[in-house]
Every structure is written in C-alpha cells, then in structure tokens.
Design a protein around this ligand. Structure first.
Ligand code: CUA
Length: 150
C-alpha cells in the first residue's frame, strides 16, 4: 500500500473517532436528549397541552401548512415539557429558539423531545424546513411566565 494512502486512511479513521467522541461528549456534557420516534399506535391528531403536575407539561403539537397548533403555549417558569410532534401534511421543521431542539414533523409519525424552561420569556418556535409558499409565516410561541404567586 502506498505511504500516502496509508496516512490518509489513518487520518480518516482518527477523524471519525474524533467525531464520535465529540458526539458522546456533547451528549453527556449538555445532557442533550436525542428525539425519539414513537410507534404509530400512539398517534393523535388533536393539538393540546396537558398538565401532568405544576412543573410537568405535555404539548401535543400538530404541524400543517402553514401553522403549528397550539400556536401559543403558556407554562410557568421551571417547567419541563414533553413535546410530541406530528404533521397533517408535508414535512415541517420544529426549532425552538434558544433551546437545543431540532425536530422534523412527519405525517404518520410522532417525534418527541423534552425541554426544560428555566428562564421566563417568549420562545419562538419556527419551521426550519421549507414546506411551501407560507413557510416563512409558520411559527408558534412558548410563553414562559413567572410562577403565579400562591
Ligand atoms: Cu412548515 Cu416550513
């Protein structure tokens, strides 16, 4: 085998090792939650927000041309939210500003991820997958308020 060829193969393997290491490192350090795909029998078509307890919510989000439902999601600060995501038509994207969320909304499939909202504010959800003429208007918001005084 040629010397240069050998070097290229070795550096490619080293680079692959570095990529895998970086992935595992990032996953542990940032506790990133890899989105899961749920089986089809868990399918839903109605968008809704379910409160499990004071700090735990479930959002069943439905994407369709060119909107997300529910469009406004109100939760108290410090909440942990399970986002379920599906599409009624084409493939849409689902990105929450400032959060490590990058999901696809796919017809007939459900993706799920969990996000914790520790800071109050308004978090924009945008579609970041071109889905047709109204794509740029496709958005929703997570509104994270201070906890109600009790
Ligand atoms: Cu939906 Cu772009």
């Amino acid at each position: 085998m040629d010397k240069i060829e050998k070097r290229i193969i070795i550096s490619s393997l080293a680079l692959m090792g570095l990529f895998v290491f970086s992935l595992l490192y990032a996953r542990n350090k940032y506790k990133s939650d890899v989105p899961e795909c749920l089986p089809y029998d868990k399918a839903y078509s109605e968008p809704k927000v379910t409160k499990l307890d004071d700090k735990t919510y479930q959002v069943f989000s439905v994407a369709q041309m060119w909107q997300f439902q529910p469009a406004e999601i109100y939760i108290p600060v410090g909440s942990e939210v399970d986002f379920y995501l599906t599409s009624k038509d084409v493939v849409h994207g689902f990105n929450i500003a400032g959060k490590n969320v990058n999901m696809m909304a796919v017809y007939g499939a459900i993706n799920k991820t969990t996000v914790k909202f520790d800071e109050p504010g308004v978090y924009d959800i945008i579609c970041h997958e071109y889905c047709g003429i109204g794509h740029q208007n496709m958005r929703a918001q997570v509104i994270v308020n201070y906890p109600s005084a009790k």
